[in-house]
Design a protein around this ligand. Structure first.
Ligand code: ATP
Ligand code: ZN
Ligand code: MG
Length: 318
């Protein structure tokens, strides 16, 4: 839809092309991200968090007139709910489960002996009833369905959660634990499509106001395996998922910072969620990757927040 021609594109390319430190190295050097020894698992500085907080508030302001119901869930969800959600059909490779020790003193001694000897100790761990939340909206559907049929105007929710995906990477934009802000709409196909349309516009305006070059593209989720290829093609052909992409790691492979997803009746049927007229509810969500947008800002405006363009600082901090 739009090209990436912006003066910052060149800045994007020089350092690494010149054999200099990578973007990730520079984020570490400036203390914006903090190493843990695991790819995709980072601490964040106060400066980094000040941007995340400002984005969170900005996204709240953009949606304020709609009166979304705010809900916050912890970064883990019920394992039975997770199983029923269908996540394992599409993304078994990304899921993370919480395991814990349920043994006795002999088991404890075995753990300590393993650790001491540098052997694997995790055989003592058993799956618990908690899995890590893969997307902010997953814990919501069973809760919404438990309330009964939707009112005629449908429902709208405001969510934020740490999400886990087992996709270790050296690209700073691909973390294993990251925060996703979401608005989720439930109702008739017309209601949820109108919601998605309005957020395509609002999200684009927001990112332009933040001085970021962007393009909206049709996208697909990375469904696992051979059967997944068909699901992905189908999703694209039907235009169910759009992404707002910004060049962050490279110009050729821009990064999805926002996504706009129409689930049709997938979650409605899975959770037996009904519209007021008895029809199966349709759902859609818009997801904002808080770390990804922050990294896009750092990439395009520099690692020193005080030196960011005045218009960008005003958009974030007033
Ligand atoms: P990608 O295609 O880059 O893997 P995605 O399609 O998996 O992204 P969604 O599932 O739509 O992304 O998640 C919603 C938003 O969460 C994305 O638009 C992005 O901003 C953010 N996000 C997704 N995966 C990650 C990750 N591994 N690290 C940081 N942010 C992420
Ligand atoms: Zn969602
Ligand atoms: Mg992904």
């Amino acid at each position: 839809m739009e090209s990436f021609s912006s003066p910052s594109d060149e800045a994007l390319l020089d350092d690494e092309a010149a054999g200099g430190p990578t973007f990730l190295d520079r984020l570490f050097d400036h203390g914006l991200l903090i190493r843990t020894g695991v790819d995709g698992l980072y601490g964040r500085s106060g400066a980094f968090e000040s941007v995340v907080d400002a984005l969170d508030r900005l996204i709240t302001r953009l949606g304020a007139a709609d009166g979304a119901e705010v809900m916050r869930f912890p970064p883990g969800m019920s394992r039975p709910a997770f199983e029923r959600s269908g996540y394992l059909k599409g993304f078994p490779n990304l899921a993370g489960t919480v395991h814990s020790f349920c043994g006795d003193s002999a088991g404890h001694a075995e753990i300590l002996a393993c650790v001491e000897a540098g052997r694997d100790w995790t055989g003592q761990q058993e799956a618990s009833d908690i899995v890590l939340t893969p997307a902010a909206c997953y814990p919501l559907y069973p809760v919404a369905a438990a309330r009964g049929a939707l009112p005629a105007e449908g429902r709208l929710f405001d969510l934020q959660s740490y999400c886990f995906r087992r996709e270790p990477s050296l690209e700073p934009t691909r973390m294993q634990l990251f925060r996703m802000r979401e608005y989720v709409r439930m109702g008739s196909p017309e209601q949820v499509l109108a919601f998605r349309e309005s957020w395509l516009e609002r999200g684009t305006a927001m990112m332009r106001d933040l001085g970021l070059p962007l393009a909206i593209d049709v996208a697909n989720d990375p469904f696992f395996g051979r059967a997944g290829r068909m699901l992905a093609n189908n999703q694209r052909e039907q235009g169910l998922k759009f992404e707002l992409n910004v060049p962050v790691n490279s110009v050729e492979k821009p990064t999805a910072c926002l996504s706009f997803n129409y689930h049709q009746d997938h979650f409605g049927s899975t959770w037996e969620l009904r519209q007021a007229d008895g029809g199966v509810a349709h759902t859609a969500c818009v997801g904002f990757g808080l770390e990804r947008i922050t990294l896009a800002l750092l990439r395009h405006h520099g690692l020193d927040l005080a030196a960011w363009p005045a218009a960008v600082r005003t958009a974030l901090w007033g």
